[in-house]
Design a protein around this ligand. Structure first.
Ligand code: FE2
Length: 427
């Protein structure tokens, strides 16, 4: 007897009326009207079944620390880094683990089953690294956690940073990170990119660097990142995160830069919720939006994912692990209101980050991992519009979370008894 059968699903690509049979943790069959019995059957009723949400950029070591030891008064990236610096010496491993596990619970409830988290390697005790390596193993049955060695205080700026980063990688951290715009000089930033890409090439690791997270149009480290990716043969394995300076750059320079990223196989990860609040803080009016140029990157063939980046930490006071909220903010900030553009925003929190992380077996097709989410929406655009309820979250063919449908009861003369915000008259 097979373990799980989902009836009458609509897929993100628009196919309808499909059944999905899950067995032994994999999708065994995906076709209309499958004749099979299963231990459990779910009637999707024509609702959207998508592969799970994927967050390509997060900071799990600082999550759920909002207000410790105080809140970020200026709302800037730099005050956030200073605040985190105050908090770091007081961190205890058990508490980092507890907070991370609590966040992973939130994530699973939201159908978010894969997260790439940067972990600060600046602290010579590497407490956060040890804690998140432990968490990675703990959550493995239900969530893929990929860790990035992140020298938060600068690779060259902070004494011992290179040594600590290499130790973290040798302990099992998956990806090489960096923060070139935080080094003392532009030259040091470029040098840090070279060193880090060479380490990644030597170890066969992927690269994901915080890059140009500033409104300074002259912050151009992503150019160096693309150059090093090309030189070292790292095409398809490198991501530039944030890239907010691109928002403020001269159009002529960008017309050279974006094809360079495409040529070097570098992906972009924008973090719309965080950069719409952190950037533009030194502007009066008009205030810049400070998100990288998402539609232009996509049009040039550069993969773009949206990350959550922060939830309740020194940089951001809100959030709940909802990647549909992230997609909605990205859509608004980038003015991506066309039908294809809105669908691309859904891809930016599902298939695109899955490819950037190199997730094995991701996607809805026979033979792939039976990881999926049933949404209270009929298509990806409606899912974003409604921040649709995750009716069921499935990991390896097992239901790991459920939520009731969102619905209000009305008491209005001559009007329906309930409303669920779908279009009246829709099937
Ligand atoms: Fe970040």
């Amino acid at each position: 007897m097979s373990s799980l059968l989902i009836r009458d699903a609509t897929l993100p690509d628009g196919r309808t009326g499909l059944d999905i049979l899950c067995a032994d943790g994999r999708i065994a069959n995906l076709a209309p009207r499958i004749s099979a019995s299963a231990a459990r059957t779910i009637d999707a009723g024509g609702m959207l079944v998508a592969p799970p949400f994927v967050d390509a950029h997060f900071h799990m070591d600082s999550t759920l620390t909002y207000g410790m030891p105080r809140v970020n008064a200026s709302g800037t990236l730099l005050e956030g880094i200073a605040l985190w610096g105050e908090l770091k010496p007081t961190l205890v491993q058990d508490v980092i683990v507890e907070r991370a596990l609590a966040y992973c619970d939130w994530a699973v409830g939201r159908g978010l089953l894969a997260i790439r988290s940067h972990v600060d390697t600046s602290d010579p005790r590497l407490l956060a690294v040890e804690a998140l390596l432990h968490v990675r193993e703990r959550v493995k049955p239900y969530l893929d956690l990929q860790l990035v060695a992140f020298p938060q205080d600068g690779l060259l700026r902070s004494p011992g940073a290179l040594h600590n980063l290499k130790r973290a990688l040798s302990m099992g951290v998956d990806v090489v990170g960096g923060i070139p715009h935080f080094e003392r000089t532009t030259a040091d930033g470029a040098e840090s990119v070279r060193i880090l890409c060479e380490i990644a090439a030597d170890l066969g690791k992927r690269v994901d660097m915080h890059c140009d997270e500033t409104d300074d149009p002259m912050s151009r480290h992503v150019e160096t990142l693309a150059c090093q990716a090309q030189r070292l043969g790292l095409q398809g394995r490198v991501a530039g995160s944030h890239l907010t300076s691109m928002h403020s750059m001269d159009n002529d320079y960008v017309s050279k830069l974006i094809p360079l990223l495409r040529e070097a196989g570098v992906a972009a990860i924008a973090n719309p919720l965080i950069n719409i609040t952190l950037q533009g803080r030194h502007d009066t009016y008009p205030k810049r939006r400070g998100m990288t140029r998402v539609p232009e990157l996509l049009a040039a063939g550069v993969p773009v994912a949206f990350g959550h980046d922060c939830v309740m930490d020194p940089w951001y006071p809100l959030g709940s692990g909802d990647m549909l909220e992230v997609a909605a903010m990205g859509l608004h900030v980038a003015q991506m209101t066309g039908q294809d553009a809105m669908r691309a925003c859904f891809d930016a929190v599902t298939a695109t980050p899955a490819a950037i992380l190199g997730l094995e077996g991701y996607g809805l097709a026979p033979g792939r991992r039976a990881d999926l989410v049933l949404l209270q929406a009929r298509d990806p655009v409606e899912a974003i519009r409604l921040r649709a309820a995750r009716l069921a979250v499935v990991r390896a063919g097992k239901v790991v979370a459920t939520s009731p449908p969102a619905r209000a009861t009305l008491d209005l003369p001559g009007r329906p008894a309930t409303v669920d915000w779908t279009l009246p008259g829709a099937p």
